[in-house]
Design a binder for this molecule. Structure first.
Ligand code: AGP
Length: 602
């Protein structure tokens, strides 16, 4: 998830681009860059790290008078955050910026390299500019651009400028957002979201998938699937903050709704009919691995716990999971046939970082599942799997959790294939289920509305139990954590089968039990546990595809045939439940008391 801005007009272009990128910094910040085409020259700058570094680099640069400019802030998905990997990418006389993932970039890169094109970066995006200049050999610029876009597979929001046509910004959009706007001075603006356009553009077009075209002073040409398309202008929202939240009440709510889109990017370029490709991790990295140990904290620990069921059930590899703050002070027995995995959204959690260092010092192979590419944990891990969730601003982790699980599910399939523990048919069936995750994560508005309504009944009481079995026990832990950290109400996640070993003594009408009752895993066992609680007057909110009439509240789920799909569906529900209870209590959902987004201290 990166940030893109563009401008055509007379104003000082560096300022406009930097201001726009500042508004988009929440979309990514491991590097940034800009390019300005004016008076038959293209000048560009790139900088690694925060946007301030680009500002510093361009402090003596100014560009007044008519011209065109593009700018980009990056959230790495391919290639480390270096200056060479920063956008814009360029050929001989053209520059591009890109948000998304080009799935077929390897084959395009191979073909272009064989034609003599020299690639400077490790990114997928760079293929776009070289392909454009290759197509220019036999086509006028817009035709060359159309042919370039037609050759791409995957997600993209692209702006391209070229000396081949100095008045235009060429643009294309598929699966990731891109907006084009104009004002009464015939200035043209591009952005990944509303915020940078407020106060500049008067009317905007929210581009649709497979839209492409060009913009020049006072003119926008728009095609969809090669057919001319009317320009459907809309009014802009007025407040920048609500624009950054894209109209949601809190960043957490926005991030719950983003889960479907971001997991599409998490899977992109990695999932094939009967195989999983984990970009730069070669199969031989897993040679000699007989055990997996995973270390993490908080929500990431819950993802780790859930994935351990997959590693043992699917990959047939022994898997243990440790809370990092406990692990770092144990005297752990570590063997070098153990793959040590750390999971962290921020990549900066002190306890997890220390655990990772201990594993490295013990000579273990290490792999990080992380969301921030230029983080400390990523820098010292042997191998990395990025979750590609984009920046998560809500302190309560949501899209990081679900993209972690998507990555860990892929990893369990990869290891199952390498270890020969999965038949071809099983792998294909698992992959068919895996590809449904983005759809499953789409928020069902009716369910959200039902949760908003019933949440009024859960604002007090002497506590909550989230209960589940198997994979749904870690989810119960996660549901309890979500509720605790933003509503400040006490909640515990508990194995459903354990309630009779003590906690059931708490059962009464003021004990709220959220029961996770998937149909694909131990339904009857959980049902009897819930009946025991209900018989003692506990108040039950049941999540299940199967009607359950003794529940006081019941949320009917869709009844997906795979446990992991039921898991993802219930993940959204427990996130929404915590959100709506917290909103009713008037709490600051995005910045709950006493918490930080990244715990970089012990
Ligand atoms: C999750 O909602 C919490 N904010 C917290 O538990 C978090 O998951 C934990 O601090 C670990 O952070 P990390 O994933 O960045 O390492």
């Amino acid at each position: 998830m990166c940030g893109i801005v563009g401008y055509i007009g007379e104003k000082e272009k560096k300022h406009i681009i930097l201001q726009g990128l500042k508004e988009l910094e929440y979309r990514g910040y491991d590097s940034a860059g800009l390019a300005v085409l004016k008076d038959h020259k293209i000048v560009h700058f790139k900088a690694v790290g925060k946007l301030e570094n680009l500002k510093e680099k361009t402090k003596n640069f100014q560009s007044k008078g008519f011209g065109i400019a593009i700018g980009h802030t990056r959230w790495a998905t391919h290639g480390k955050p270096t200056e060479l990997n920063a956008h814009p990418h360029f050929g001989e006389f053209s520059y591009i910026i890109h948000n998304g993932i080009i799935e077929n970039f390897q084959e395009l890169k191979k073909e272009l390299t064989s034609k003599g094109y020299n690639f400077l970066s490790q990114t997928d995006s760079e293929v776009i500019v070289h392909l454009f200049e290759e197509n220019l050999k036999n086509n006028e610029p817009f035709e060359a651009f159309k042919k370039t876009i037609q050759a791409l597979k995957g997600a993209y929001a692209i702006l391209l400028i070229s000396k081949a046509d100095e008045e235009k910004i060429f643009f294309a959009k598929n699966l990731v957002p891109l907006i084009v706007g104009k004002n009464d001075d015939d200035e043209i603006f591009f952005s990944s979201s509303d915020a940078p356009l407020i106060g500049l553009a008067k009317e905007v077009i929210y581009l649709n998938d497979f839209d492409l075209g060009y913009a020049k002073k006072g003119e926008i040409k728009l095609l969809n699937n090669s057919k001319s398309k009317a320009l459907n202008y809309k009014k802009l929202s007025t407040s920048k903050l609500s624009a950054q939240k894209d109209g949601y009440r809190f960043f957490m709510e926005k991030e719950i709704y983003e889960q479907s889109a971001v997991t599409s990017e998490t899977l992109m370029g990695r999932v094939f009919k009967d195989n999983i490709e984990l970009e730069n991790i070669n199969d031989d990295f897993f040679d000699g691995i007989c055990e997996i140990k995973i270390c993490a904290c908080g929500t990431s620990y819950h993802a780790a716990l859930a994935s351990s069921y997959l590693f043992e059930r699917v990959s047939k590899i022994k898997c243990t999971v440790e809370i990092a703050s406990e692990f770092r002070y144990k005297d752990p027995l570590l063997q070098n046939d153990t793959l040590f995995i750390v999971i962290s959204q921020s990549g900066e959690t002190a306890d997890t970082l220390q655990a990772l260092k201990m594993a490295k010092n013990a000579g273990l192979k290490t792999l990080a599942v992380c969301n921030v590419d230029n983080s400390s944990i990523v820098r010292i891990s042997d191998e990395i799997l990025l979750t590609r969730a984009g920046m998560e601003k809500g302190v309560a982790s949501t899209k990081a959790f679900t993209t972690q699980l998507a990555v860990l599910w892929m990893l369990s399939l990869k290891l199952g294939k390498i270890k020969g523990s999965l038949t071809k048919q099983t792998i294909e069936k698992e992959i068919q289920a895996l590809l449904k995750v983005p759809t499953v994560l789409k928020v069902d508005d009716k369910i959200h509305e039902k949760i908003r309504r019933l949440s009024k009944r859960y604002l007090h009481g002497h506590g909550f139990f989230f209960i589940g079995r198997d994979l749904f026990f870690p989810l119960a832990l996660e549901g309890a954590l979500k509720l605790k950290e933003i509503s400040y109400l006490h909640a515990e996640g508990y194995p459903a089968g354990e309630m009779k070993h003590g906690p059931i003594a708490l059962a009464d009408s003021e004990l709220f039990t959220i029961a996770l009752m998937p149909k694909t895993l131990l339904y009857d066992k959980v049902k009897s546990n819930v009946e025991e609680l209900s018989a003692r007057d506990a108040t039950i909110l049941a999540l299940s595809p199967l009607e359950f009439d003794i529940a006081d509240d019941f949320i009917k789920t869709k009844g997906y045939e795979h446990p992991m799909l039921e898991f993802f569906e219930m993940s959204v529900i427990i996130q929404l439940l915590a959100l709506e209870i917290s909103i009713r209590l008037g709490n600051d959902v995005d910045m709950p008391r006493n918490l930080a987004k990244s715990v970089t201290v012990e």
